[in-house]
Design a protein around this ligand. Structure first.
Ligand code: C5P
Length: 286
C-alpha cells in the first residue's frame, strides 16, 4: 500500500490579467504549499474504486477522475482502491481537491510502474484542473497562464500561517464569473514578489485580485476577513477564490495565540507552516 500526503496551498499573491478565448482567466500567482495535508492511501485492486472519510465528497471526486484518466491514458488493465482522509476544507481556496488529484497521478505512476514523462504528467494534470500542475511540484512557485506554467522559487524561510475559514464552501467558478474587467491587473506586483522573494523583510504580504468579487458575493467572507485583519500583525489576505483568510507570523507561539482568538469566534482555524522544499507529495512509509 502507498500512503501519500497531499498538502494545501495558499496564494501569497494572485492577479487576474484578463479573460481568455477558452473562457478561463489568465493568472499570475505566487503559490506556497503548507503543512496541512489530506492523506491518500492507494492499494492494488482489480478495478478503480474510491472511498472518502467525508461522505459528501464521495460522488464525482477528482481523485477517481484522476485515476480513470491515468488508467485510460496509459492503457492500464489494473485498478486501484483509493482511500482519502479529508482534512483540508473543501472549496475553501486551499487547493485540496487539486492536491488530491496530483497525489493520485503521482501515486498511480508508482503503483502501476508507469514510464510517464514530465510532459505527460503536466498534460494529465492540466486536463484535471488549473491548480493541479502546481501540485506536481509544490513548494514556493510562480504560477502563470491558466495555472500550467509553474516556475519554482527557492525559499528556505519558514513562515507560520493561521488559516481562518468561515465554514462555507465557495465554488471557484462563481467568483471568476463575478469578477469585473476593471479588477484585472498587470501582474507586475506578483512578478516582483517572485523575483525579490528573499528581499522582503517582513515576508511577502498577499494581494488577491479575486477578493472583492468574493466579498460582493459573500458578505460573511468579508466579515471574517475584517475580523482577522484587525488583529493580524501583517494584515490578512484571502487564499485563492476564498473564503479562507490567512495571517502570517514569524514564530509558532504568536500564531497559536492568534489562532485561539479566531477560533473563539466559531471559525474553523488551523496553524500551518511553509513547506520550504521539495515536491507536493511525500510518500509515507509502508
Ligand atoms: O480549472 P478548474 O476546474 O479548477 O477551474 C474551476 C473554474 O474556475 C473554471 O471553470 C473557471 O470558471 C474558473 N477559472 C478560470 N481561470 C483559471 C482557473 C479557473 O476562469 N485560470
Amino acid at each position: 500500500m502507498l500512503t501519500l500526503r497531499a498538502p494545501a496551498k495558499i496564494n501569497l499573491s494572485l492577479e487576474v490579467l484578463g479573460k481568455r478565448d477558452d473562457g478561463f482567466h489568465e493568472l499570475v500567482s505566487v503559490v506556497q504549499s503548507i503543512s496541512l495535508f489530506d492523506i491518500l492511501s492507494i492499494e492494488p485492486a482489480a478495478t478503480i474504486s474510491f472511498q472518502c472519510t467525508e461522505p459528501s465528497l464521495t460522488e464525482n471526486n477528482i481523485v477517481e477522475k484522476a485515476a480513470v484518466l491515468t488508467q485510460q491514458y496509459f492503457g492500464i488493465k489494473d485498478g486501484a482502491l483509493l482511500h482519502l482522509k479529508k482534512v483540508i476544507p473543501a472549496a475553501a481556496g486551499l487547493g485540496g481537491g487539486s492536491s488530491d488529484a496530483a497525489a493520485t497521478l503521482l501515486g498511480l505512476v508508482r503503483l502501476w510502474d508507469l514510464r510517464a514523462t514530465p510532459e505527460q504528467l503536466l498534460q494529465l494534470a492540466s486536463d484535471l484542473g488549473s491548480d493541479v500542475p502546481y501540485f506536481l511540484h509544490g513548494g514556493t512557485a510562480l504560477v502563470e497562464g491558466r495555472g500550467e506554467r509553474v516556475t519554482k522559487i527557492n525559499n528556505s524561510r519558514i513562515t507560520w500561517y493561521v488559516l481562518v475559514n468561515p465554514g462555507f464552501a465557495v465554488p471557484t467558478r462563481t467568483v471568476f464569473e463575478e469578477l469585473l474587467p476593471d479588477e484585472w491587473t498587470s501582474g507586475q506586483p506578483t512578478r516582483d514578489m517572485a523575483e525579490h522573494f528573499h528581499d522582503s523583510r517582513r515576508g511577502p504580504n498577499g494581494f488577491n485580485g479575486l477578493q472583492n468579487a468574493l466579498f460582493r458575493l459573500y458578505p460573511e467572507a468579508m466579515e471574517c476577513f475584517q475580523k482577522v485583519d484587525r488583529i493580524a500583525p501583517c494584515g490578512a489576505f484571502v487564499s485563492g477564490s476564498g473564503p479562507t483568510v490567512v495571517a502570517s507570523f514569524t514564530n509558532k507561539d504568536d500564531a497559536i495565540t492568534a489562532q485561539h482568538a479566531w477560533s473563539s469566534m466559531s471559525y474553523w482555524t488551523c496553524v500551518a507552516a511553509t513547506l520550504a522544499t521539495g515536491g507536493a507529495v511525500h510518500t509515507c512509509d509502508h
